[in-house]
Write a protein that binds this ligand. Sequence first.
Ligand code: ATP
Length: 713
Amino acid sequence: MAEALPAEAAKPEEVRETRRSGSFPPAWLLGRFRRADSGERTSRSLDAKITSDAEKSDGAIWRRWKSKMRMSEEALDCLEKGRGDASCDSVRSQSSDRSSDVSLTFKEVSFDVHLRGGQKKQILAPISGHFESGNLVAIMGPSGCGKSTLLDILADKKTAGYSGTIHFNGRPRDHLFPRVSAYVPQEEAMPKCLTVMEAMEFNISLKIERPSQMTRKMQQLWLERRLAVLGLEKVKDHYIGDGTSLRGISGGQKRRLSLAKRLASGARVFFCDEPTSGLSATDAEACMRYMKHMCRYYNILVLVVIHQPRIEVANLFDELLLMTSGPGRAVYNGKMEDVIDYLRNAGFEVPLHANPLDFFMDLVTPERQDARVDTFVLHYRGKAEQEVASRVEAGLQAELVGAFQLLQEVHLYMQTWGNLTPLRDSVYARRFRTQLWVVFKRQLILRSRDKSGFLADLLGGLAKALVVGVVYMRTGELGAAQQTAFFFMLCMTCAIDGLKSMPAIIGERSIVKMEAAEVLYSEWAYIFSFGVLNTLQMLLVHSIFITVLFAMSGLRWQMYADVYLWSTLLAATMNALYLMVAAIAKDAQSAIVFSSPFMMLFLLFNGFTATRSSVVPWMRWAIDISPVAYSIQQMVYAAKHTYADDDGLVKGYEGVIQLSEYKAHSVRPTVQSDRCGRDLLWHLQNCAADGVPTAEQDSEMMFKPWRLAWLVL
Ligand SMILES: Nc1ncnc2c1ncn2[C@@H]1O[C@H](COP(=O)(O)OP(=O)(O)OP(=O)(O)O)[C@@H](O)[C@H]1O
């Protein structure tokens, strides 16, 4: 059910009149509203949140904070209820007391693509515009006219080359532009097991540092105000969900959460690509009303690509950039309220009861029979282009504060609530260490909530050990060949086990890509935290598997450490390989397809069923690089050492070593003595000071440095 919609906020003119006053600190960030009158307005919902502990521990700070939140609540109240009394007028005027305006100016932006035959296709013909904060701007036009392309270019998301000038606050966009802008995709992938408030906290902790005296509770209240602006305060403790396995917030609420997260992060320009697509008409209208609300309340510029909205939604927009296709050209760029007059001037009267935007769109859609594309292109060039050009020129000359100064304003204000580290002049707001910690914490929370997945993993490991264990129960009593077959099976099982973690990384990849594009954190922060947690879980499941299996096999416990070490290294190596493939593959299916050749190569060239003499000479390298072959070999040597008192088994293992041609890799004392004398590197690694083989060599458990490096990699 759609929530109560906020009434339309103050008119753009009101905002423009007051926002240039240049006061500090910026109201858009603070939600800073002075008390409208001396009358005490109690905020019941806020009072309920005040804990006596907080009052006792940091009374003065808490009281200041409480007062700020109450003022912010008053202003919200006025905006939501659309009240017109004097106190609200005062609050409203102060709510638009914004110190930092922002503007986006683009001049002659065009985009061409090169087709196969070397031809060039113009997608966007030169297009210009200038938009200011506090406005909700619609970018509309027929399908394929280049709306999303233009939005991507303006948001600095287009990787292909384009031409034209784009300025933010009268200056070319710099490396800090991503920190003051936000690109909101049609549908954002978000972790389903996170609550709305946690998602907000995650974003803010990666974008704005919490001052030393600001408690988590204070920050949460601050975030609640942002949620309230987008009508989400009632679902702050709800899971985001995915609509299938976990029923979370609605589609419309998810879209608004995408906006709220970025709002809390301090973004000043929003680029929204069809934020209402897929929503019901009521939800779409609610979403747009909240966007308008946000835009006014925080003096933010919002550009929205939207397909033919209902009249109620269309009326919410302040400005319209209407385009036609073939190539994408502007046919209108001005105030939404002037559309009817513009059409009339061009000789078209909007029929009674018709939606003017629908009427206009039909006239500029080339596919329609009644289209008048050329008329409007000429009309725009003749009548409107000049006026747009002068706005653009003024915008280019404006030189408002740059992105760093905007960030600095927030930073300086935040310092009034405690100590902060210096503001970073980097695309990332927080240090790598902080990014790592925040991402790691979220991973931990998500994993701890996915109890069924974790339990299934543990039980799966146990069940696998029991099944394989039943087959190899008498291994300890059997000969060397059968014991080696057990090692072979064990290594095979460990090598394929990592396949199960591929879907997890593929599932999370779209979230990570989006968050990394938002420059919340570096992808390495995710890779490290995922790697650590995945390895820990893998080690736990693997330990259960190996211990149960080993206990069932009846082999001597002296060799448990060796079997554990080599099987773990093997599992970790293969796991890393699968994760690497999963990270670059398109989807789960192609990840399986890509990883199959590696898996088969290592499993087949295992040095046991396929040995150096049995394979074609030019494929021997495959045995040399196979972690499976190396693990089996080390287990065989460990077994030979463990059963040194059993001549029969020792002979059997020597036979296996000979058949498998492990000698080529092992260290024979006679050869070593000789080599210890002449090979310096070999000497340093493998020989004792007197140049004779060490005890480790005798046990034939030597590491080959390059093989160890391969395993670790
Ligand atoms: N990098 C590119 N290479 C080739 N063609 C491109 C590229 N970028 C955009 N186009 C083409 O430009 C045209 C406009 O695409 P765009 O998505 O911007 O249109 P749109 O107006 O947003 O369409 P819709 O309303 O249907 O989403 C399309 O035909 C698209 O294929």
